[in-house]
Design a protein around this ligand. Structure first.
Ligand code: SAM
Ligand code: SF4
Length: 342
């Protein structure tokens, strides 16, 4: 039972789902394209969406702004790689108006960092205060292998440029049993020494890729146990309303997050929904549920009709996901993380 069970959808506070969770965080994938091909995220040869299916910058702004109008306080732009989308900085400029009016607390992005050095100053000028940069290894050769061709030096230059521009950087790394497992303590220490928070992520079974996910999967319970054998980890009450559970590391003085969708389910406090670059709203990362907001706006919906469509979709947000990795099994969710917006 939630306090809003008997109220009609319109009478409820801005965006509250059927289980009483307020939705205050929207992640928007602005493109399915990327300049890298991380092995756990994409197949080597991906077919990308035709342009006509992808929301224009104006459509992205309209839908994101509708969410802000409904009480969303945090917007994260992601992809694919957001910084490869043509006109991306215009989108950031447009959306930054909501920071100025106070309607939005935070405008942020998740990036692979390859083009960050180019854009860090502009992002800082537009009010971006924190960003997430994905980097799974400090070894240039392994980085090239994991990303199928990426240049680690560019990512590190991007991280440094963001820090120099006054943007706080959190490094995200997917924990992979068969490649970066042994290096994770060094990666955490490196991030903390640079003044960056760090979050480790369990690989999720999303989309067909070329590797066997049972070989790459590494439980973060194991990683945490190993880190605790030489570091003092203290549970932190730092919370972002997100899936990460944080600890402070006494020896490095930094904060470390664990995102454990497989070994620990995190749905009770979920405050977020995701919009793909084709305008599909997914209210759960680990389910196939979807609402087509592109169809709504391209059919000429008014702002009130768009708001109703959003409320309806959020009302039906599933209670939780059920990711599983079994040898030979199909991915739990057929879409790739790059489509959904990780
Ligand atoms: N291209 C940007 C980047 O890499 O930061 C933004 C999009 S990417 C899809 C967002 C995050 O999803 C990255 O941190 C990436 O490591 C993570 N990711 C991609 N596929 C994943 C998977 N199957 N399981 C867990 N995390 C994944
Ligand atoms: Fe591109 Fe990010 Fe996916 Fe890597 S994780 S392929 S950088 S979208």
């Amino acid at each position: 039972m939630t306090p809003y069970d008997d109220a009609p959808a319109q009478a409820r506070p801005a965006l509250v789902d059927g289980f009483g969770r307020a939705v205050t965080y929207l992640r928007v994938s602005v493109t399915d394209r990327c300049d890298l091909r991380c092995v756990y995220c994409m197949a080597e040869h991906m077919t990308f969406l035709p342009k006509a299916q992808v929301l224009t910058l104006e459509e992205l702004d309209r839908i994101a702004s509708a969410f802000v109008g409904l009480g969303v306080r945090k917007l994260r732009l992601t992809g694919g790689e957001p910084l490869v989308r043509k006109g991306f900085m215009e989108l950031v400029l447009g959306l930054s108006r909501h920071l100025k009016t106070g309607a939005l607390d935070e405008l942020t992005l998740t990036t692979n960092g390859t083009r960050l050095a180019e854009f860090a100053d502009q992002l800082a000028d537009l009010g971006v205060r924190r960003i997430n940069v994905s980097m799974d290894t400090l070894k240039p050769d392994l980085f090239r292998k994991l990303t199928r061709g990426g240049d680690l030096a560019k990512v590190i230059a991007g991280i440094d440029a963001a820090r120099a521009a006054g943007i706080a950087v959190k490094i995200n790394a997917v924990a992979l049993a068969d490649s970066n497992a042994a290096e994770l303590p060094e990666l955490v220490a490196w991030a903390h020494a640079r003044g960056c928070d760090m979050t480790l992520i369990e690989a999720m079974p999303m989309g067909e890729v070329d590797v066997d996910r049972t070989d790459e999967f590494l439980s973060l319970k194991e990683v945490r146990r190993e880190l605790e054998s030489f570091w003092t980890l203290t549970d932190s009450d730092h919370a972002t309303g997100g899936p990460a559970r944080y600890v402070s590391v006494a020896e490095t003085g930094g904060r470390l997050g664990f995102i454990t969708p497989l070994s620990h389910n995190f749905c009770e406090a979920c405050n977020r929904v995701r919009l793909t670059c084709t305008g599909t709203l997914h209210t759960c990362l680990g389910r196939e549920d979807a609402s087509d907001l592109r169809a709504v706006i391209r059919a000429g919906a008014t702002d009130a009709e768009l708001a109703d469509a959003i409320r309806l979709a959020v009302d039906a947000k599933p209670k939780g996901h059920d990711f599983q990795i079994r040898r030979g099994a199909a991915p739990s969710v057929s879409r790739h993380m790059s489509t959904t917006g990780g």
